[in-house]
Design a protein around this ligand. Structure first.
Ligand SMILES: *Cc1c(COP(=O)(O)O)cnc(C)c1O
Length: 415
């Protein structure tokens, strides 16, 4: 009890922390800012001369716990968490390229990344180039003195193509260019891009890492492979000279994310953390379920084609078998011959939900051409493998017989 008035009590009375009996779950520090006893202390924390958090647009203890977990899973040097996967992609690219520079992108890209590269980066003078990763000569020829990064998805969404990552990274390394790998679909369970020479890994943590569909988030991991003091960006080199091996992460957090305002919120980090312990279990189960569903659909007479990198008939089966460890991912696509037939199948599904997410514990399906890729041109859709009769399925962790049964009944109306 104190002599404070009601309103002072309402503002200042805080819950005490237990002296012993420490929490075993990560507490949520949902606090915009952090107080220090002296002006000198706050000055030192601000200057980065002493560890601590200042303001939750820059860093936060709950978000830091999430960053540490993602960095550990990717065997990276460290990570910065962002408000979404797109914020992570944008931060990684804009940390490396400025007006007059170019970035080389794989032709097969997630819809948001494609639109960022095509419609947003050019507004700021960054030249986005698109290449077919399968041809190393073309890839090498697309890199010139202005190129600051090469961007690739470990499993293309939704084309489900798998690059020969070692070859791609070695072309980039010969030219002194860092490779950014979007590892959302493979997850660190199946692939650690660091082992293949990637400089940065980006994630939409909304997907498999969260796994429960409770919030949107992203992360950028510095794998520690690339020597940033050799990058042509003067700001980045100066920061690397000051911060050593953490130069890129400091540059990313303090130059880009802090000033754009795209950092992850503490409550989001907290909800995303709930998924991390079960990531391996879920992904391995999703891979098993996806393979079983792909085999079932492959034999079904109403289905014109099934794309799954784990089917030996896939063009990318060998590349996927060489790159991925322990499975081929939880995503597959099927073609049904026409948009009408695709809609009929989607509308008949009962267990499977129709929504624009993936990597959830639940099985999800969507018609990408009319949704995620609706703002793209015909040619862009073709590059991304988005046909008008294509359904993308994100296979969940349910009992496989129930998933197959739902597709069996939904396809039954087609024959
Ligand atoms: C979903 C997705 C993104 C974007 O992530 P958001 O969290 O939705 O912003 C980026 N890359 C890939 C491969 C994705 O699947």
């Amino acid at each position: 009890m104190s002599s404070w008035g009601f309103d002072t009590q309402a503002v200042h009375t805080t819950q005490s922390m237990p002296a012993s009996g420490r929490p075993t779950a990560q507490p949520l520090y949902d606090s915009a800012a952090f107080a220090y006893e002296t002006a000198e202390e706050l000055e030192q924390v601000f200057a980065g001369r002493r560890p601590g958090h200042v303001y939750s647009r820059i860093s936060n203890p709950t978000v830091a716990a999430f960053e540490a977990r993602i960095a550990a899973l990717e065997e990276g040097r460290g990570a910065v968490a962002l408000a979404s996967g797109m914020a992570a992609v944008t931060a990684a690219v804009t940390a490396l390229a400025r007006s007059g520079d170019s970035v080389v992108f794989s032709r097969s890209l997630f819809g948001g990344t494609l639109l960022l590269a095509r419609k947003v980066l050019p507004r700021y003078g960054v030249d986005s180039r698109f290449v077919d990763l399968e041809n190393e000569e073309v890839l090498s020829a697309s890199i010139d003195g202005t190129t600051r990064a090469l961007f690739v998805e470990s499993i293309g969404n939704p084309k489900l193509d798998v690059p020969r990552l070692d070859a791609v990274c070695s072309v980039a390394s010969e030219r002194g260019i860092p490779v950014i790998v979007d590892n959302t679909l493979a997850t660190p369970v199946l692939l650690k891009p660091r082992a293949h020479g990637a400089a940065l890994v980006v994630h939409s943590t909304t997907k498999y890492i969260n796994g429960n569909g409770t919030s949107v988030g992203g992360a950028v991991v510095d794998t520690g492979v690339f020597d940033w003091s050799r990058h042509p960006d003067g700001d980045l080199v100066a920061t690397t000279e000051r911060a050593g091996g953490f130069g890129f992460l400091v540059h990313l957090r303090r130059r880009i994310v802090q000033n754009i305002g795209s950092f992850m919120a503490p409550i989001v980090a907290w909800t995303q953390l709930q998924g991390v312990p079960t990531l391996g279990l879920r992904v391995r189960r999703q891979c098993e379920n996806a393979l079983a569903l792909a085999r079932f659909l492959d034999r079904h007479r109403a289905v014109e084609a099934v794309h799954y990198p784990g089917l030996p008939s896939s063009r990318w089966y060998e590349a996927a078998a060489a790159l991925l460890d322990g499975g081929f991912g939880g995503l597959l696509t099927l073609r049904l011959g026409s948009r009408d037939r695709a809609y009929t199948c989607l509308n008949a599904l009962t267990l499977v939900s129709q929504l624009a997410n993936l990597g959830d514990a639940k099985t999800l399906a969507i018609h990408p051409a009319s949704t995620i890729y609706r703002d793209c041109s015909e040619e862009e859709r073709r590059d991304a493998g988005v046909h008008d009769d294509l359904i993308r399925v994100s296979v969940g962790i349910e009992t496989i017989e129930d998933i197959i049964q739902d597709f069996a009944q939904a396809l039954g109306g087609l024959t």
